[in-house]
Design a protein around this ligand. Structure first.
Ligand SMILES: Nc1ncnc2c1ncn2[C@@H]1O[C@H](COP(=O)(O)OP(=O)(O)OP(=O)(O)O)[C@@H](O)[C@H]1O
Length: 312
């Protein structure tokens, strides 16, 4: 379990994390999301003691990282800037880590196999592709068989097979009852792998919720329905948890709180003809963009990019 309390980090004038309160629980995969510069890496660095909070605190398994006698066995972390000696092989790198942390050599072989690195274990890590480097970083994170696993952008550079491997690895670790905390900008991947989400923007906590609830709150449970008799349909669907919107006089209504199936059945019972009945689909990406739209620091622009063949 990871617990952050009023976790704040300032770099001079810049507030990287601003009084963050959250709990990452064991037994599920928790996604850590936020636009560029939101404070995710800073938070993760503070979790493993690579940066000290300006105020507030963060603990893993009830203690600050530095207070653990065998931290590698408590928290396994893959952070973005991984320092691996380029001249060392994957085996040497992992073995050196194991030796300095009292971990048996047999575990080195286990994580090499787990990360699919058997065929390159003796090669210089400096010659590794981005994907191989990621696998090596993940192998190192798992070396101590930790109860908490924290990975910053683990799918970065991985091919589709690697992405699938990570997905199964993370869900498997959570199923074993471990705490799994993972950041990614790949929303489609997060939607598949994460149960819970912590979303930050400009250092602040924006949401601490489930994937399902975030999508629902972004309108993912809305049904669009078109009928010639919107007033009668409104009456037929009315109920305590039902929310119906639509422009006055318009034949199109947006309904929340009733499924498309039940709208169709109730319309039929009342003899109301429908022209359209469609469940609105909202992706995690859309829900995320909606939630973070005011917290994006770095906006891109396509203005000024001329399409080919257009006269300048
Ligand atoms: N060592 C540092 N010195 C000064 N400012 C820093 C330092 N580290 C981070 N920052 C600033 O703190 C803010 C949060 O950065 P951080 O890297 O934690 O964000 P992030 O959410 O991980 O971003 P990304 O998604 O781009 O990796 C940014 O504005 C960044 O410029």
């Amino acid at each position: 379990m990871i617990e952050a309390q009023q976790l704040t980090k300032r770099y001079g004038e810049k507030t990287a994390t601003d009084r963050l309160d959250f709990v990452v629980r064991p037994g599920s995969v928790t996604g850590f999301l936020g636009p560029n510069g939101a404070g995710k890496s800073t938070t993760m660095r503070m979790i493993v003691g690579l940066d000290a909070p300006t105020s507030g605190s963060v603990t893993v398994g009830g203690r600050r990282y530095a207070r653990h006698r065998a931290p590698l066995q408590e928290v396994g972390a893959l952070l973005e800037a991984k320092s691996i000696h380029p001249g060392r092989s994957a085996f040497q790198h992992l073995n050196a880590l194991a030796l300095t942390h009292g971990i048996p050599r047999s575990r080195v072989h286990e994580v090499i196999e787990l990360a699919g690195l058997e065929s390159v274990a003796k090669k210089r890590a400096g010659a590794f592709s981005l994907g191989m480097g990621q696998r090596l970083g993940i192998a190192a994170a798992l070396l101590g068989d930790p109860q908490t696993v924290m990975l910053d952008e683990p799918v970065n550079g991985l091919d589709p097979e690697g992405v699938l491997w990570i997905r199964n690895l993370l869900t498997g670790l959570a199923a074993e009852g471990r705490t799994v905390f993972v950041s990614s900008h790949l929303m489609s991947e997060m939607a598949l792998v994460a149960d819970h989400l912590i979303v930050v923007g400009r250092g602040r906590l924006l949401a601490d919720t489930t994937v399902h609830d975030l999508i629902r709150e972004a309108g993912g449970d809305t049904v669009n329905v078109t009928t010639q008799e919107p007033t009668r349909l409104r009456e037929a669907l009315a109920g305590p948890d039902v929310d119906i919107t639509g422009w006055p006089g318009s034949e199109e209504l947006q309904v929340r709180g009733v499924s498309a199936r039940d709208i169709g059945l109730r319309a039929a019972q009342h003899g109301i003809a429908l022209f359209e009945l469609s469940q609105k689909t909202v992706s995690l990406e859309e829900a995320f963009m909606d939630l973070t739209k005011d917290a994006v620091e770095y906006h891109g622009s396509t203005a000024g990019i001329e399409s080919p063949g257009r006269a300048a």
